[in-house]
Design a protein around this ligand. Sequence first.
Ligand code: PSU
Ligand code: MN
Length: 306
Amino acid sequence: MNNYLELSTEVKEAQANNLPIVALESTIISHGMPYPKNVETAKHCEQIIRDNGAIPATIAIIDGKLKVGLTNDELLFLGKEGQAVQKTSRRDLAHVISKRLTGATTVSATMYIAALAGIKLFATGGIGGVHRNAEDTFDISADLEEFKTTSVNVVCAGAKSILDLGKTLEYLETNGISVIGYNTFMLPAFYTRESDYTVDFNLKTPSEIARFIHTKETLDLPEGTLITNPIPKDKSFCKEKIDSAIENALAEMTNLGIKGKETTPFLLEKIVELTKGKSLEANIALVYNNCELAAKIAVSYNEMRD
Ligand code: PSU
Ligand code: MN
């Protein structure tokens, strides 16, 4: 396996010196945001992690190698190519690697690779979940499955209501995956700080969250944890406005017959268009907020390790 794994010099040095590391995914760059904002955001995410005392490790597959830590050229390539790059979830890994292709990794594939590299914290915007109408389509993101077996702790801004939030929470509970709220008892809904759902545990400081992760590991529980962090107040959306954009995007998706892995990228792009770019601004702000929290948890977790 390690034949495919390639760590950047920065990540290798961080490991050698026992520094805290935070993983970042690459589908958010290629499929989640338009160029050039995607590249700008990806670079700034790395900077925020450094500013908060940890080392960033953006993960992607480049020419068949599992890369942990990307160069600026690699980031730029993924950002410019956009949706022409293969969106790579767990099920795509063997294909992309055996053909020596380049792939942008989703939350599931990024967690898998982060675990191989021994990285415990991962920051992103939103994770995949149980889609609305999943009872008919069976569309449940591989991201949720990954949390069952991969002990990586993911900071996100909750689940957006292109998904069925209630079913997503039930699915997580069934599989023994804890949903932590950072200073919130309500599950944040990505563009908004509130939703009609509650998290499992409201933890108030990065060190409380780090203690939770450390304890889970001491108990040999193999699951990942979902850490939800509400979008900053000044960037959050009015619920009615975003809900109406989401409804319109979903209706257009059904009309166009879009299915499978194209669903999430289509909806994200459509929502940006319908909100005249405001949802993109919100998305960028919440990712930055998550990078900061993940770095702080990683620093605190690192101090607890023996
Ligand atoms: N949600 C976002 N931005 C994203 C994604 C989700 O707000 O970029 C991406 C992530 O990479 C996530 C993937 O892992 O979409 C989930 O895709 P699917 O729903 O097809 O499982
Ligand atoms: Mn899906």
